[in-house]
Ligand binder design. Sequence first.
Ligand code: ZN
Length: 491
Amino acid sequence: MRIAIGQISHETNTMFGPPTPVEEFQRQGWATGQEILERHTGVRGYLGGMIAAGADHGIEIGPTFAAQAHPSGTIERAAFDTMLGNLLDGIRAAGQVDAVCLSLHGAGSAEGIDDIEGTILKAVRELVGPELPVVATLDLHCHSTELMIENATALLTVHEYPHVDSYERGYEAVELAAKAARGEVAPVMALAVLPMAIPPITSFHGPAREINELCWDWERRGLLDVTFVHGYPHTDVPIISSSVIAVADGDRELAKQAANDVAGRIWEMREQFRSNLPSPEEAIRQALAFDGGPVVIAEVSDNPGGGSPGDGTHLLRALLDANQPDTAFGFIYDPETAAQAHAAGPGATIEARIGGKTDPDILGAPVEVAAYVKSCTDGRYIVQSPMGRGGQANLGKMARLVVGNVDVIVGSESHQTIDDELFRLHGIEVSRLKIAALKSQNHFRAGFEPIAAEIIRTDSPGWTTSNLETFNYQRIRRPIWPLDDGVEWPS
Ligand SMILES: [Zn+2]
């Protein structure tokens, strides 16, 4: 048995930032053939799971092409065409294979193509013919479309947010593709699309957990897979939605029944998906009133993991104003200040203008302060979070600055904080802090829930705010809950 694997993965925020060129993919995550195995073997991600399943089941893995970049603006058309061309060339070069497994995101858009995943799957289907199993993994922040469903044998979306199960989904993709290739199962899919744009919400607790339990009930009743697809609302394409994808063994009616049942429950529970988060000032007040620590405050609205730049200063300013001992901010995106600190060196005091450079009108102006340079690092460490453990983080030049009582870490890559290893790299033990502030929507939970006494998410003005009413959407399908009144489903 031989299975080709590949990846094109990008979460595209069409509302913010310049178009994303091919160079960004080449800089962040670009691998061909054997390089894919070298980079992803043993890493807890989609491709790592696919490679492990191959090794465990005696399936030869044919690595083709892999490209990913963290969330940013619309993919340049030439970049997309190059990546798709490379993927198709890689599959052709892999020769005789029994199946294809792809790691896709599901919320990628290129210039002129809203649905890059549907486009990729259609092109792969045309290349390999109608019979060969094509199984793709997806992020649950994806836009599920009929084009994707029609052109894949099965789509396996992560169930968890934080995405701690990406490795398992990659592993299952190879297992399912192998079973389908042997004729042991005949996957058929159904998609139920809801007219909903839900703000990001964890699956670890609350209503999304309840929906996952319902999905798993259906799986225990014989479905191959049932997944609640949250969707990705921080972009402006007509296909945004929440949805349910169900995969049954040969029985399309059963798949439809499962998808509609779970979708119906999500729709009934929709008011529970509304978000009402405190301001930074209120979050800090709550944290200081909390008995014990550490309290992790996450600024969800400027999350580089969702395409906001990560240099917003609302929470930072509030933390500096509070000026409490044992408080740290890890971290804010600011390559200029990081370079300034590196040039001055540890022990120096610099006149810094921290953050606020990308979009000061929305994200807040730079914070102008005298800052003591405590340490400088290369921004490299091995991820320890259950999400992505073993992967190499590279955040470029970083520095730990001290402003009053507050430690402020600045970095040179726009990236969310997913574990406390970033603080440790700069000599800060989160367990000893009263407040650890960071930028992330929910992924930080996987690394921080085990060590945090309390978690508070704060929503300031930003490009990944849960306040979806603040966006000037032009292209999304209307009406949509919660932006419009009187939305009905089924319509
Ligand atoms: Zn996601």
